[in-house]
Design a protein around this ligand. Structure first.
Ligand code: ATP
Length: 310
């Protein structure tokens, strides 16, 4: 259900941002309903950070409308500051402080902050509580920035690539914390170029490429977008031309770069039986046959012709 504009935590319409000749954001629309997590998924340079910085009120757009909790992020920045959570780079205003001090300073801005000790523990930072920000590893700095964004119990959080550069263990800690916030009703705009991150955490995903939305929907709907299935077959002697003539109209057969025979169309038990019969009649041994499901990577590739990490 599309919420009314007033109900959305974030509403972006027709957003455009240019840097000289370069159009970084090119007519983007986003709606983040309250209490949901919207993932902006796209490759390097897609315009994700630019979009987030505009929503945070740090950058002015060239065109379009942005409403954050119903307000203008530039004109009403003071009123918004305590209600939104932002991950600052480089230690924000306190790069010389120790980790725990820094989090306490951030918490002091809020009337009802989360417990800084609990947050440090949840993000695996307890051991470095007394280490200065500059001496933390990149991954620890990243997690501390996340803690600072969250400690004030914001209604809406902007997380720009929150797990970039984290190892697998730290990434899971961050995912668990984000899921918990989401369950507590916090609205979250998250950017990522990690397909599994978007799929795991998001209620809605907007795939962006070159500043434009190329697809949007719930993760499950996006991967069902191309409802046609695919069979991957390894069978020595099986040729696409011969198999295609044995199948009903509408099926397409070709060989993948990996040397597998791909059959595209409605994958059902009768199709598998027909292929098995064709191979038996021609004395061909099927070594493997798999039903391939569409992944977000496939969706992205189909829409943009590029890998999401490109
Ligand atoms: N201040 C700036 N001056 C000039 N060009 C910029 C500036 N900021 C961003 N760009 C350009 O705008 C485009 C979008 O950049 P942006 O950082 O928003 O992408 P992104 O999706 O966040 O990428 P990444 O995943 O690499 O962080 C890029 O081509 C980038 O080079």
């Amino acid at each position: 259900m599309t919420p009314a504009a007033g109900d959305a935590a974030l509403r972006v319409r027709g957003l455009v941002k240019r840097f000289g000749e370069k159009t970084a954001v090119d007519g983007l629309d986003l709606t983040l309903p309250r209490g949901e997590l919207l993932a902006l998924l796209g490759p390097n340079g897609a315009g994700k950070t630019t979009t987030v910085e505009i929503c945070e009120g740090f950058t002015r757009p060239d065109a379009g409308e942005v409403r954050v909790l119903g307000m203008d992020p530039v004109g009403e920045n003071d009123a918004l500051r305590s209600r939104i959570g932002v991950m600052l780079q480089g230690g924000g205003a306190y790069p010389g402080a120790k980790a725990k001090e820094m989090l306490r300073l951030c918490a002091a801005y809020s009337a009802d902050p989360l417990d800084p000790d609990w947050l440090m523990e949840a993000l695996g930072l307890t051991e470095v509580a007394n280490t200065g920000f500059r001496r933390l590893s990149g991954g620890q700095q990243q997690r501390l920035s996340l803690a600072c964004a969250l400690v004030g119990r914001p209604e809406l959080v902007f997380l720009d690539e929150p797990t970039a550069g984290l190892d697998a263990h730290a990434r899971i800690m961050v995912w668990e914390l984000i899921s918990r916030l989401r369950a507590d009703g916090v609205s979250i705009l998250l950017t990522t170029h990690l397909l599994d991150e978007a799929e795991e955490l998001a209620d809605q995903i907007v795939i962006i490429d070159r500043g434009r939305a190329v697809a949007a929907g719930a993760p499950a709907d996006l991967v069902r977008r191309d409802a046609e299935g695919q069979l991957r077959i390894s069978a020595h002697g099986l040729t696409p031309a011969a198999l295609e003539t044995a199948l009903p109209d509408g099926y397409r057969c070709h060989v993948s770069p990996a040397g597998e025979l791909l059959v595209t169309g409605d994958v059902n038990p009768e199709l598998i039986a027909t292929i098995s019969r064709h191979c038996a009649d021609n004395d061909i041994l099927i070594e493997s046959m798999n039903v391939a499901t569409n992944t977000l990577q496939d969706v992205f590739l189909t829409l943009t012709g590029r890998e999401v990490r490109a």
